[in-house]
Write a protein that binds this ligand. Structure first.
Ligand SMILES: Cc1ncc(COP(=O)(O)O)c(C=O)c1O
Length: 502
């Protein structure tokens, strides 16, 4: 029975503790396995393409073991399961979604962060970790051309980083004391383009406005927000007595990488006293490139900006980052200091307590892996990797455009969209749309299960498209040249089978 008063706690042996010798031995063994995986990643399938049932069966349904296993056996089992049954987003031919490989230095950073285990909620619990996070925020801002004296913090990813901007805006722009009284039903209105990522659904829903408060502004032929429609919608809402409060532009939309006319959006936000947010979760790092467009660079004018180190800064998951021009806005949104908090004791020098600047209380040391990546690559190294990704994406687009069986749709930043069209079939005949959509869906299912490469999808004006998003420092020209070949082989086979009614 526990607690057992008779146990000799002078010689405590905890099942989760580990002797230094054992830690050293298991650690070295584990590092060797990681090194082998990374060394052979190119020759492995991107994914085993198994069904959920077969993966669940591989894991088994054993109950919680009554007695623990040796750590060595548990680690060996975990590695065996993960290395055989995982999608490897660090594979050179993974260009689905917006997930980068984990920079090796970031992998080591996560180990170091867990070893020290600071709680980056309060400075006193994480002195150097908090300072490193603060420097990371400054470095990211400097890199993107955002004011380096901004506020900001690391969060779990793009959704959370966008939520931070949304919450700061909700607090700053609502007339009532929203923290005490909550939102006034049906009053606050947010403006985004129809191409905006689904984080906005969750934000409007979770933070009390409801999804009806979202105004979905149409896009132009290049998938950028139409500013004439934006202005007329704001005018109509104001005339109806509503409170326009939030305008979000995208610096790289999730489907096609389109960049909204951010300079114009900034001006419209100023004119109508809206909070100007930029979702740069994917594309913001491209603003650092020497040839970046004025529109992309205008993300510097945002009141808040979301950027994802686990996307185009190549940090291991999870690492998102929210930057807010005026740091006091974050404090006004998130600070609560109940009497049992004693984290401001130093009267001479107020410490930075991240619990006051974000929604979390206890916080891990996400910043370390990001800081290490920034420190290792430096500004020039980052520009080189991002620039190479874009150059490869453009090459892919050209290869596709030159091929009679492939139809290229869009190319922006490092995203390329296209589809397979069998020889002799008209691309423009609306009668073929349904068949081509079905054909490309079957093709993509097979491609994703096959393991040779991994792409994702987009819908381009009603047409189902294959989508490649290269945020991958392992991808080479050879990989990019293989993608059309893989798609063609699968497309021809799927077309033959669909026509034969198989
Ligand atoms: C433009 C954009 N915003 C937000 C997100 C959400 O990011 P996360 O998946 O890290 O929450 C994504 C994800 O791909 C994205 O591309």
């Amino acid at each position: 029975m526990y607690p057992d008063e008779n146990r000799d706690l002078r010689k405590r042996a905890a099942p989760l503790d580990m002797s230094p010798e054992e830690f050293r031995r298991l650690g070295y063994t584990f590092v060797d396995k990681v090194v082998d995986l990374l060394a052979e990643i190119r020759s492995r399938p991107v994914t085993p393409g198994e069904s959920p049932t077969s993966v669940r069966n591989a894991l088994g349904d054993a109950p919680l073991p009554p007695e623990g296993f040796a750590a060595e056996d548990a680690l060996a089992r975990a590695w065996e399961l993960l290395s055989a049954h995982s999608l490897l987003n660090g594979h050179p031919r993974f260009s689905g979604y917006v997930t980068s490989p984990a920079a090796p230095v970031g992998i080591l950073g996560d180990l170091m962060a867990a070893a020290v285990n600071p709680n980056a909620g309060a400075w006193i619990l994480s002195p150097m970790a908090t300072e490193i996070e603060s420097q990371t925020i400054r470095w990211i801002a400097e890199f993107l051309g955002y004011p380096a004296d901004c506020g900001g913090l690391l969060v779990s990813g793009g959704n959370m980083a966008n939520f931070i901007g949304f919450l700061a805006a909700r607090r700053a722009k609502s007339a009532r004391n929203i923290r005490a009284e909550g939102v006034e039903p049906g009053k606050l209105v947010a403006y985004v383009s129809t191409e905006t990522h689904t984080w906005i659904h969750k934000a409007a829903d979770l933070f009390g406005l409801g999804t009806n408060s979202i105004r979905w502004i149409p896009v132009d032929g290049k998938f950028r927000m139409r500013t004439d429609d934006l202005v007329s919608t704001i005018e109509n809402d104001r005339a109806a007595g509503l409170i326009p409060f939030f305008l979000s532009g995208s610096a790289g939309t999730v489907s096609t990488g389109a960049v909204d006319p951010l300079e114009e959006l900034a001006e419209i936000a100023r004119r109508y006293d809206l909070w100007f947010h930029v979702d740069g979760a994917y594309g913001a790092p491209a603003a650092a490139l020497p040839g970046a467009s004025a529109h992309l660079k205008a993300l510097s004018q945002a009141d808040s900006l979301a950027v994802d180190p686990h996307k185009w800064l190549y940090a291991p998951l999870e690492a998102g980052c929210a930057l807010v021009r005026d740091r006091r806005r974050l404090f006004d949104t998130f600070d609560y200091s109940p009497p049992y908090y004693r984290f401001d004791a130093n009267e001479d020098e107020k410490p930075l307590n991240y619990y006051s600047y974000g929604p979390q209380n206890s916080r891990g040391f996400r910043a370390l892996k990001v800081w290490l990546g920034l420190m290792t690559a430096g500004r020039e190294g980052l520009i080189q990797m991002i620039g190479d990704d874009i150059a490869l994406a453009r090459t892919l687009f050209r290869e596709i455009r030159n091929h009679p069986e492939l139809e290229a749709f869009t190319q922006s930043l490092s995203i390329t969209t296209f589809r397979y069209v069998p020889l002799g079939m008209s691309r423009d005949d609306p009668e073929n749309t349904e068949y081509l959509n079905r054909l490309n869906q079957v093709l993509l299912d097979r491609l994703q299960a096959g393991g040779e490469a991994f792409l994702s999808n987009a819908v381009i004006k009603g047409r189902f498209a294959l989508r490649s998003c290269i945020v991958n420092f392992r991808t080479t020209l050879t990989d990019v040249e293989q993608i059309p070949q893989i798609v063609l082989a699968l497309g021809r086979q799927a077309d033959a089978e669909l026509r034969a009614g198989l």
